[in-house]
Design a protein around this ligand. Structure first.
Ligand SMILES: C[S@@+](CC[C@H](N)C(=O)[O-])C[C@H]1O[C@@H](n2cnc3c(N)ncnc32)[C@H](O)[C@@H]1O
Length: 244
């Protein structure tokens, strides 16, 4: 919640500053756009002072100007509620610091499937399954048990319904931090650099010796991968493979 509190603080402080300035020096402000620009700039500066992550600068800078621009389109107000609901269901825990949804390419899913085959794995886990871009094709192609965890409601619903007819796959709507990795031959995650140290501790403590942990895009700090698979996709994804 610290992220959200800081964002709210930056917006409220900059609004207070802008309104006070407009009240004291009305000649400086010509219309609503001028007000929005000053408020956006002040909010962006506050987010730097409050040490928010760098992308918040752009969000604060554009928030009020975008809100005013959207209001001028006179769209039905229910549409905003619908968009907010959809975004909440997709990016469920992001505001509390969970990793947001972005999907592995089919080339990355194929590469994970190839590694699983090489490993002769019988049981596979995916941490943060998204809509099932990796877990579903793997369970469709191979006679392997696939367990996955996903916390955000809408991606979970999509992944779970895609697994509906697959007796060997199951997507649990639960936090990955509560699962036990002890029984898995291969575990895959595509999360964020911010959680990799903690995830490394979990992998080290729970996965059995000889099993394989694959992290897409983000290495575990201080760990030496057994191999790095370079994938020819749009993001030039790297798979960091760690033998436990
Ligand atoms: C970068 S996406 C990757 C999705 C999928 N693994 C893929 O490769 O296409 C990360 C996913 O992890 C989920 N996630 C983040 N934190 C989580 C947590 N603590 N427990 C379960 N899922 C989580 C997010 O909702 C998101 O769907």
């Amino acid at each position: 919640m610290i992220t959200l509190s800081k964002a709210l603080a930056a917006q409220i402080l900059s609004l207070t500053f802008t309104v006070t300035l407009a009240w004291m020096l009305p000649a400086l402000f010509h219309g609503i756009w001028c007000l929005a620009l000053v408020q956006g700039t002040a909010a962006a500066l506050w987010s730097i002072v409050l040490r928010q992550r760098y992308w918040w600068v752009a969000i604060h800078l554009l928030f009020l100007p975008m809100a005013i621009a959207m209001l001028s389109l006179r769209l039905p107000s229910g549409l905003y509620l619908l968009i907010m609901l959809l975004l909440t269901l997709v990016f469920w825990g992001t505001v509390k610091g969970d990793v947001p949804l972005f999907l592995s390419s089919s080339a990355a899913a194929d590469a994970v499937a190839a590694i699983v085959e090489q490993e002769h794995a019988g049981i596979f886990a995916e941490l943060g399954a998204g809509v099932g871009s990796v877990a579903v094709p793997l369970a469709q192609r191979r006679a392997i048990r696939v367990d996955a965890w996903e916390r955000a409601p809408l991606p979970w619903l999509i992944a779970a319904s895609r697994c509906g007819k697959l007796p060997n796959a199951c997507v649990k709507r639960a936090s990955l931090w509560g699962c036990n990795l002890a029984g898995y031959d291969v575990v895959f995650a595509f999360l964020s650099p911010m959680v990799m140290a903690e995830l490394g501790e979990k992998v080290g403590a729970e996965m059995r010796s000889g099993s394989l942990f694959i992290s897409s895009s983000f290495p575990i700090p201080g760990w030496k991968p057994e191999s790095i698979v370079q994938i020819e996709d749009r993001r030039s994804t790297k798979l960091f493979c760690y033998r436990v």
